[in-house]
Design a binder for this molecule. Structure first.
Ligand SMILES: Cc1cc2nc3c(=O)[nH]c(=O)nc-3n(C[C@H](O)[C@H](O)[C@H](O)COP(=O)(O)O)c2cc1C
Length: 268
């Protein structure tokens, strides 16, 4: 893979594709990579690659896409977090090959995608993404969408990372500060960036700051997918900096506002 920081900071959602199919080599490379993807909860993700034309798949926000990928998971606790953690690996790997993606959790005919992907009872297809080569020019719709969610902007670190409790922003320098930027630039549904991280006793506790309207039986909790994405960026970044992070789930019982939910802890 090229430099992790280049991939994470350079990645953007792609909603306008150039109409070409993936080369057989690129498709195989993505399939091989997907087969090796893991997550901290060992929740199995079954990857499904679908030809857009064959299944009649489209999304009102996309143009020129030829293929979609999704993952199917059992409806179990942490399935949404694990899905985010896993799918983001595919997203970043695709980008490293020059292949565009965009997480799609809402703007699609979900029933049709779920049937096409072979979803069965007791399982979920939380999100899909197109896989393709970005077009030279974005569609007008894409430009408007990016403006609408301020897709090129993120919250400052002082609103994301905290020291001990929620009252003190975390001041870090060196490699941890670099890795915090990787979390900051993670993609999230409607660019809400619902992750909050409190460092306490040298451990990093990840919380979800809930907004209304992101929980459904079909998806689980879309914002937990976001937390999975941020968690992966953090863990992968720490590894890149030569550390050996471990993910666990024991609530440290820190006093947090009512709309925040504990999700996971990273120990270094
Ligand atoms: C879980 C999740 C679901 C998303 N669902 C949609 C969607 O349904 N339609 C869409 O156009 N973009 C969707 N997005 C893309 C976000 O809008 C996008 O990642 C965010 O605005 C930041 O832009 P960037 O990815 O270019 O950095 C989703 C992103 C995530 C993480």
């Amino acid at each position: 893979m090229p430099d992790l920081y280049e991939v994470v900071m350079g990645r953007k959602s792609v909603r306008t594709y150039d109409g070409r199919n993936l080369t057989p080599e690129d498709l195989q490379s993505i399939k091989d990579y997907a087969a090796g993807i893991t997550n901290p909860w060992d929740i199995k993700v079954d990857w499904v690659f679908m030809d857009a034309e064959e299944y009649g798949l489209s999304s009102p926000v996309l143009a020129g896409e030829k293929m979609y990928v999704t993952g199917l998971v059992d409806k179990v606790p942490y399935a949404d977090v694990a899905f985010g953690y896993a799918f983001e690996q595919l997203v970043l790997y695709a980008w490293s090959l020059g292949i565009g993606t965009v997480w799609i959790g809402g703007t699609m005919k979900r029933d049709h995608f779920e049937r096409s992907a072979g979803l069965t009872a007791g399982r979920r297809m939380p999100c899909v993404s197109p896989l393709g080569y970005p077009a030279a020019k974005k569609s007008v719709k894409e430009v408007m969408m990016r403006k609408g969610v301020k897709a090129d902007v993120r919250k400052p670190l002082s609103e994301i990372f905290f020291d001990g409790d929620m009252s003190t922003p975390l001041e870090e320098s060196g490699s941890i500060a670099k890795v915090m930027e990787l979390v900051r630039w993670a993609p999230s549904a409607v660019n809400k960036q619902p992750w909050r991280i409190i460092r306490k006793d040298g451990r990093y506790h990840f919380y979800e700051k809930h907004d209304k309207g992101y929980i459904s039986d079909a998806v689980g909790d879309m914002q937990k997918i976001d937390i999975g994405i941020a968690l992966y960026h953090f863990v992968r970044g720490l590894e890149e900096e030569g550390m050996a992070p471990a993910v666990s789930t024991e609530d440290p019982a820190i006093d947090v506002p009512k709309d925040m939910e504990y999700i996971a802890t990273v120990s270094i």
